[in-house]
Design a protein around this ligand. Sequence first.
Ligand SMILES: *Cc1c(COP(=O)(O)O)cnc(C)c1O
Length: 472
Amino acid sequence: MIDALPEKGVPAEQVLAELREMRGGDLPTHGGRLFAYVYDPALDGLDELARTAHAISAHVNGLDPTAFPSLLAMENALVGAAAKLLGGGAETVGSVTSGGTESLILAVKAARDAHPEIARPRLVIPSTAHAAFAKAAHYLRVELDVVPVKGLTADPQAMAAAIGPDTVLVAASAPSYAHGVVDPIPALAAIARERGVRFHVDACFGGWILPYLRRLGADLPDFDLSVPGVTSISADLHKYAYAPKGVSILLHASEELRRSQYFAYADWPGYTMINPVISSTRSGGPIAAAFATLRSIGDAGYLSLAGRTREAVRILAEAVTETDGVRLFAPAETSVVCLAADGVDLFVLADELAARGWHTQPQMAYAELPPTIHLTVTAAVRDTAPSFAPDLADAVAAAKSRGPIELPPLPPLTPSTVTPELIASLAEGLGLGSGDFSRMAVVNTVLNAAPPPLREALLTGFLSHLQRPAHG
Ligand SMILES: *Cc1c(COP(=O)(O)O)cnc(C)c1O
């Protein structure tokens, strides 16, 4: 166990060696074999550039733009770039946030606080919308109306029926994270506009690639601020803009729409606090790194990265289509490949892919949808994609011969019976005690069988079990 507060400070070289050793146990952030969490353009020199830019501004505080005008200038440049890319007009304004979740929380907050007269504000989303909307609703005490989808996309008629007098916001995805498909934004925005309700497009995932895929000829619906009725849109720069973690953009169609996003407080003895976003003190590091990344890649660079991503998606989707035992679960129309299994245990397959160096993201069964495997595809995957097909065929064969997971006998579980002791013994029994998370099929099978509230309780308990103070 490494002591974070040794009695005497440790030499820099040693600290960095320790850090590198710890990092060695992580999944690979580069190399085009990890299909979630990370976004890799595989561009020479970009990491060094972003790292240096991050370091230059790491100690700058976004709390007060008059003290640090460099940060204000970079934020305005990033918002301007996003507005240009995402159909903004002369009235468009925005904010730089720390991530997609914060952008969505703020879009919901702005909508809620624009209607102080509504005592119980409501948010209408399709069931495929990102979980961050549920988090926003929970944090902000906004009621969530989750509307079933038709196929895998939002159903405009059903969404329209869910809008009521207390609805402050309607939202949809471009594209959805789970399946990578784009909701019918023009129809939904028209409905929201007619009802006088704000409409947010969650382009956190796709905001920095959809415009380029469209330029390359992909047949995708209009989804941005140019669509009448769209009042706000979010795009994560730490996804397809390939910036280091900690940067997303939230755009509003006008300054008036943004006003209720801000928080101001002067009624205390300290400085008057005016915060556009959730954090007050904020590091300039991620913003400077994003600024450097965008300027270095440029519009032509992003077009070319989208082209490579598109080729990688085509190669992976073809591998899935041509392999017996798996099938494409959703049309691979953006940068996601989502597959389902037929006659082979999906969670065993995910482990077999991991054993061959392909780290995918299993998604649990939901409503009538079966469990699936999600692949977020980035430009780096263009180079590795051709070797996926043979490994997929191998992994399917291995999963078939291992057969489906047979669960060990488990105590009857309900959210209220999930205690720290039970979690500790489950973790031990399922082989998670060692910290090796490479064979997860049994765990995933248990979770998949659990109804959502139990799954939430189990994973909350497990995370709490992992997060314990280390004593050096
Ligand atoms: C990633 C994502 C989010 C949440 O973003 P974070 O940066 O992880 O907070 C929201 N919506 C969609 C569609 C996403 O893909």
